[in-house]
Design a protein around this ligand. Structure first.
Ligand SMILES: Nc1ncnc2c1ncn2[C@@H]1O[C@H](COP(=O)(O)OP(=O)(O)O)[C@@H](O)[C@H]1O
Ligand SMILES: [Mg+2]
Length: 394
């Protein structure tokens, strides 16, 4: 258990993000291991972008937890509130003994709510304070030993580093690349300003440092120094997406969430951008969540794939396993949509349509996510679980 845990970089636990009555993401759980590419796949509107945006805290999530490197970075409270409401209901008719139990339970849930709020709203600030304290510990003995001019210089350096450290946000370790490179780039900002923006926000003022980082990252994404002074509209779609990649990479993140980074691009350009992301992840040791609306794009370079349908995760497995033994009918329908460059196969390829109402009978029992083989999860009820086991011959 522990060994496995060490590898986990991101843990998403029962994530819910509701927009009024629209359960855009509803009880989604998955882990992303350090260094892997996790593909998140599903048709338009199923909640992929909302999942990504929830992870980087663009929303105050409705319920569930998100942990990054073991630290809780996002937490919602609805599940605790619901538990409290149910307990209060039960209290009305409960025995004295049960009442005491329920009271204790409610107090526990209230503490969960306080803790969730605290982590959700403070983890970033606390991270900055921790780093600032580290800077303080580093400089204190040095400054004490020094005197005169040397001491003055040390104090100046200390103040500068302390101020920057305090501004660091834990969440910048996760960067997102957006689907539409045109909409996500500010047309009034030069490439240089666009890429430097995140550095400036986090307190970097040294022009030389910013220059070096920006030019370095331009080179990394296959652009050149001369591009720095130009505006987004002067670039092609593929180049614009490279700017989007540069903007994320310059922050030196550990994880990148690439939200359909190639969907808006010509097919001929798609492979270039995917290759770039693949190169960068090896070079920089990045962990990637790669979001796509079909399986063909994620097939080759995802280690594991999660399939979403209508706000729910319906199947999750390694790429190889998912392609060898797709179980959920929605996964099968996605697979049947992938064209292959084999004319014989193409002639026989039958697109399977997924219709949840005819595919499942959940009138007697609702489905849950179950592990059918080690690491292979599928959303199903008891009856389906037995059927899938028979199909797998286990
Ligand atoms: N900010 C928002 N406010 C209200 N509804 C939203 C918002 N963002 C997304 N939605 C809704 O949530 C659902 C999931 O959307 P999204 O996460 O963008 O799906 P995907 O990225 O898989 O196409 C859709 O029904 C969408 O209309
Ligand atoms: Mg989307």
């Amino acid at each position: 258990m522990h060994n496995q845990d060490e590898e986990v970089l991101l843990r998403v636990e029962h994530l819910c993000q509701y927009f009024k009555f629209n359960k855009a993401v509803d009880d989604v759980s998955f882990d992303v291991k350090k260094g892997e590419v996790f593909g998140l796949v599903g048709e338009s509107g199923c909640g992929k972008t909302t999942t990504g945006r929830s992870i980087i805290k663009l929303y105050d999530i409705t319920s569930g937890n998100v942990y990054f490197k073991g630290k809780r970075i996002a937490a919602g409270t609805l599940s605790y509130k619901t538990a409290i409401r149910n307990a209060r209901k039960e209290m009305k008719t409960a025995s004295a003994e049960r009442k005491a139990e329920l009271k204790k339970f409610i107090a526990e849930q209230q503490k969960e709510i306080r803790d969730a709020r605290f982590d959700h709203f403070n983890c970033d600030k606390l991270h900055g304070m921790d780093l600032a304290n580290e800077v303080k510990e580093k400089y204190k003995p040095l400054i004490e030993k020094a005197s005169g001019q040397e001491r003055a210089e040390l104090e100046k350096k200390y103040r500068y580093e302390y101020k920057i450290a305090k501004k660091q946000r834990y969440i910048t370790q996760i960067q997102m690349i957006f689907q539409d490179p045109i909409a996500s780039l500010d047309p009034r900002k030069t490439v240089y300003e666009t890429i430097a923006e995140g550095l400036v926000i986090r307190g970097e003022k040294n022009k030389e440092v910013i220059d070096e980082k920006v030019y370095n990252v331009l080179d990394m994404v296959g652009l050149v120094r001369e591009h720095a002074s130009r505006y987004p509209h002067e670039f092609s779609g593929g180049q614009r997406q490279r700017i989007g990649v540069a903007r994320a990479v310059v922050m030196n993140p550990e994880m990148i969430i690439a939200d359909e980074p190639v969907s808006a691009l010509d097919v001929s350009i798609q492979a270039q951008v995917i290759n770039l992301l693949n190169d960068l992840r090896h070079k920089l040791g990045l962990t990637l969540i790669f979001i796509a609306h079909d399986l063909s794009v994620v097939k080759y370079f995802s280690d594991r794939i999660g399939v979403m349908y209508y706000g729910k995760m319906v199947e999750l497995a390694t790429s190889d396993e998912l392609f060898a033994h797709p179980l959920h009918p929605y996964t099968r329908s996605l697979l049947s949509a992938i064209p292959l460059p084999d004319p014989m196969y193409e002639k026989q390829r039958v697109r399977i349509k997924y219709d949840p109402l005819s595919a499942h009978d959940y009138s007697k029992q609702a489905p849950t996510m179950r592990e059918i083989l080690p690491g292979h999860f599928v959303q199903c009820n008891d009856e389906e679980f037995e059927q899938y086991k028979r199909e797998l011959g286990i």
